[in-house]
Design a protein around this ligand. Structure first.
Ligand code: HEM
Length: 409
């Protein structure tokens, strides 16, 4: 399997080939790129519809099967919990946590790395949604694990062996925290929390601890990456487009952000368009690597069971065959009937594809709109050298040389 050194060159190479080869082509000898919107939808819909969790470790060792657990059951537990969490009170708490994390960094004398700041703010505000009720020390270990994972993914120069070994240690400790929390909740020694880990406490006898840990780790990884890079991209577009920033300020002064929960377009239409356009231009993650469980005929190309394929919301969002002027940042393309808007629903996929589509899509949009609200009403953002800021394409789009400060207005 060959991957060119520089991810930016790799992505722009894929984009060129995708345009030439109608969006479906072998990226190398082992991976099929499926970057045509309808083909990506179709492969995802079929590939996962009977997906089950792997057997428990203890059963693999004893060469027997574990109770079957379908992925759809895990997702429905998450979605039920997220539905219960979609109250004005819970969203108010999410926004409060974001504000507390930003307040703690506002008004400092030194400039800070705004990309990492956004990562920290997103993670601190979302951690209780994924795994709540942690002690300060437990939360610190879990956050440290996610930060180390992320720093390997976003850094231009990934840390060496020492960093890797240190991370393995932190990863083991974070895993132990998750196990302890689940076990103590199951035994009644710790309170139950309205978070995305809690449904699996009752399912522990069927799931087993190692599979429960995998499920909770999936959520922690999901909140540890995309929400923070998307938040940094929001800030990036604020800086690049002061005109849009002023439009958002004019809109958001009189809006209560808790209203974003039920009707984002009605509560703040300009802000909602702005966030949608940020997610179109800078969708994290840039590539999703998947293994095919079925055989597919995709135009003239055959994908066999067991082969790997790549999906990319980013490449679909930048495809000139389905978007007009895709490299231009213009939130108004999301106005109803705009000529440069999405041709159909398959062309706008920042949260992926059913049935694996992101379960946190609604909360993610509320969070990004609430961030816009805070930036427009509570803080003043100053960027040290706006001309030096660039968008690097790593595992996700990541603003680089993005140093500056936040002050209270
Ligand atoms: C802007 C923020 C976010 C973006 C852009 C994003 C994007 C994505 C994408 C592209 C996928 C993969 C979908 C696929 O395979 O087709 C995904 C999966 C997932 N996301 Fe998000 N996400 C965001 C925020 C969140 C949040 C806030 C949560 C939780 C509260 C969350 C939870 C998950 C989970 C659990 C999955 C795995 C779903 C599965 O495997 O069935 N995400 N996300």
């Amino acid at each position: 399997m060959t991957t060119p050194q520089h991810p930016e060159d790799f992505l722009s190479g894929l984009r060129l080939r995708s345009a030439r080869e109608d969006g479906v082509f072998w990226v190398d000898d082992q991976r099929l790129g499926v970057f045509e919107p309808e083909a990506a939808r179709r492969v995802s819909a079929t590939n996962w519809h009977r997906f089950v969790l792997q057997d428990r470790l203890v059963d693999i060792v004893r060469r027997r099967h574990s109770p079957e657990m379908r992925w759809s059951r895990i997702r429905s537990a998450w979605l039920t919990q997220l539905h219960a969490l979609a109250t004005a009170e819970q969203h108010g708490l999410l926004i409060e946590r974001m504000q507390r994390a930003l307040d703690a960094r506002a008004g400092q004398d030194t400039e800070t790395d705004l990309t990492m700041l956004m990562q920290d703010v997103a993670l601190r505000s979302l951690l209780p949604v994924a795994l709540g009720g942690l002690t300060g020390a437990e939360a610190e270990v879990v956050r440290r694990d996610l930060e180390m994972k992320l720093s390997r993914l976003v850094s231009a120069t990934p840390g060496g062996v020492l960093h890797h070994l240190r991370h393995v240690g932190v990863q083991i400790r974070a895993g132990l925290v998750v196990r302890r929390v689940l076990r103590q909740r199951a035994r009644g020694r710790r309170g139950r929390e309205p978070d995305l880990a809690d449904p699996f406490v009752d399912l522990l006898p069927e799931l087993g601890m190692d599979r429960a840990l995998d499920v909770v780790t999936t959520v922690l990884t999901a909140i540890g990456g995309p929400p923070g890079t998307a938040a940094a991209s929001v800030l990036y577009e604020f800086v690049r487009h002061p005109g849009w920033q002023r439009r958002l300020e004019a809109e958001l002064g009189a809006v209560d952000p808790v209203e974003f929960r039920t009707a984002p377009t009605r509560a703040a239409p300009v802000t909602h368009r702005f966030v949608k356009e940020v997610l179109r231009m800078w969708s994290p993650p840039l590539l999703l690597v998947r293994r095919s469980s079925y055989g597919f005929d995709l135009g003239g190309t055959r994908l066999e069971p067991g082969q790997w394929y790549l999906l990319s919301p980013h490449l679909i969002h930048r495809d000139e065959r389905v978007w007009r002027r895709p490299d231009v940042f213009d939130p108004d393309r999301f106005l109803p009937g705009a000529p440069h808007g999405p041709a159909d629903r398959t062309c706008y996929v920042p949260f992926g594809w059913a049935p694996k589509k992101c379960v946190g899509a609604n909360i993610a949009v509320v969070q990004l709109m609430a961030l816009c609200h805070l930036l427009c009403t509570r803080y003043r953002l100053t960027v040290a050298d706006p001309g030096a800021v660039t968008m690097a394409l790593r595992f996700a789009p990541v603003p680089e040389n993005f140093r500056g400060r936040l002050d209270l207005r």
